[in-house]
Design a binder for this molecule. Structure first.
Ligand code: NAD
Length: 365
């Protein structure tokens, strides 16, 4: 891979390679864009086949965070880190503390959090070495599990989509197919049921599915979920579920849910548009988790987290307006909204605030 050519194409500011032979640390930190603020994004630990695969993941994920933060209206840039290793056998206190020291050298340009393969106990070791970490345990003044806020935020995105399609955002009149009843999915089901909605669910894990049924949802097969005649299909498990195979089967009016990377490719987003299915872009809908950790800097509390995640309604509505304004699919409108915000705020120059000049060597007396 030609590294500078790759950075030029993706717009990355900086890539940091971290190596420590003593503890077996090999990590890559991708800092995509810091125009809006420090680059925030989790650390993923994964047994990558090779370095190139790890680097590509760091680049792809950190770029995604720039867009997510920009659309969420946060004063944050995009970053993400990957540690090459098997989370089941390669974790140690020394590995995470060594990694924490590397993060600290960046002086706040990159702020880390949890991602796939990393849990709150690992974060405690990183936290011993640097302040530049969020998603720490509530016992340390952190924000704890983001899932309820991601679910609450996703519901705000769904309401914006319902308003656009039906001119009525009341959840009680509507039906939902929730694919995946994990951390976020279960909170989503709970909040939808409390609002009086009809909810169908599927999952490969029987126990979490049973919990959703107890909340009043109706269980269906993992394949059947695509064929349901519902108002909203809510991907809440895997990525790439909107693809060539599933698109002809969808009968919903809206796709809106918390899962990351729902579209298999851009063409899947175009096809949703052609089929008159409104797509609420995933990274705008699921930003509640990021918003939740972002308030740790100023002191996290539940009310602030709810207040901030409510803004997802307006963010998603604005994406729909940009799509209408420019005659483009909603996935593209979300990207445009992010790019416009970064470009506008990046050029913003404050007026001179009147700080007195000092001329060393001059004296009135
Ligand atoms: P999770 O692992 O707790 O839940 C995922 C669920 O999907 C599991 O119950 C799993 O059994 C189920 N699943 C796997 N394969 C399936 C299949 N083929 N059909 C149906 N169900 C299947 O993860 P989570 O934290 O709930 O996250 C769910 C999604 O939301 C992910 O895409 C994640 O990236 C995204 N997301 C989560 C958060 C958060 O706050 N946790 C924030 C932003 C985005």
């Amino acid at each position: 891979m030609e590294l500078f050519d790759t950075c030029k194409e993706s717009g990355h500011e900086q890539i940091v390679f971290c190596n420590n032979n003593d503890v077996g640390l090999r990590a890559i930190i991708g800092i995509h864009n810091t125009v809006l603020g420090p680059a925030l994004g989790g650390t993923r630990m994964w047994p990558y086949e090779n370095e190139e695969e790890a680097l590509r993941d760091a680049l792809r994920l950190s770029r995604g965070m720039t867009y997510k933060a920009a659309v969420a209206g946060l004063n944050l840039g995009g970053g993400k880190a990957v540690i090459i290793g098997d989370p089941r056998k390669d974790k140690s206190e020394a590995l995470f503390r060594a990694f924490g020291r590397f993060i600290d050298t960046l002086n706040g340009r990159y702020i880390t959090a949890e991602d796939v393969g990393i849990d709150v106990n690992d974060m405690e070791f990183i936290f011993q070495e640097t302040e530049n970490v969020v998603g720490v345990h509530q016992a340390h003044g952190g924000s704890g599990d983001p899932s309820p806020y991601t679910a609450f935020g996703s519901i705000q995105g769904m309401k914006a989509a319902l308003q656009k399609v039906f001119g009525d955002e009341d959840l009680a009149h509507r039906s939902f197919a929730v694919q995946g009843t994990g951390h976020v999915g279960l909170h989503l089901v709970k909040q939808l049921r409390e609002a009086g909605a009809k909810v169908f669910v599927c999952d490969i894990m029987e126990d979490s599915l049973a919990e959703a049924v107890e909340l009043g949802a109706e269980a269906v097969g993992t394949d059947e979920i695509y064929d349901l005649d519902v108002d909203v299909f809510a991907p809440s498990a895997l990525g790439a579920v909107i693809n060539e195979e599933t698109l002809p089967r969808l009968k919903c009016k809206i796709v809106a849910g918390p899962a990351n990377n729902q579209l298999a490719n851009d063409e899947a987003g175009n096809e949703l548009e052609r089929r008159d299915i409104l797509y609420a872009p995933d990274y705008a809908v699921n930003a509640g988790g990021l918003m939740n950790v972002s308030i740790e800097f100023e002191g996290w509390n539940h009310e602030r987290a709810l207040r901030m995640t409510r803004a997802i309604y307006y963010n998603v509505s604005r994406i729909f307006k940009i799509a209408d304004r420019d005659g483009i699919p909603t996935w593209q409108a979300a990207d445009r909204m992010a790019e416009e915000r970064i470009a506008t705020l990046g050029k913003l120059k404050l007026p001179f605030m009147g700080k007195p000049h000092r001329f060393p060597g001059r004296n009135k007396h």
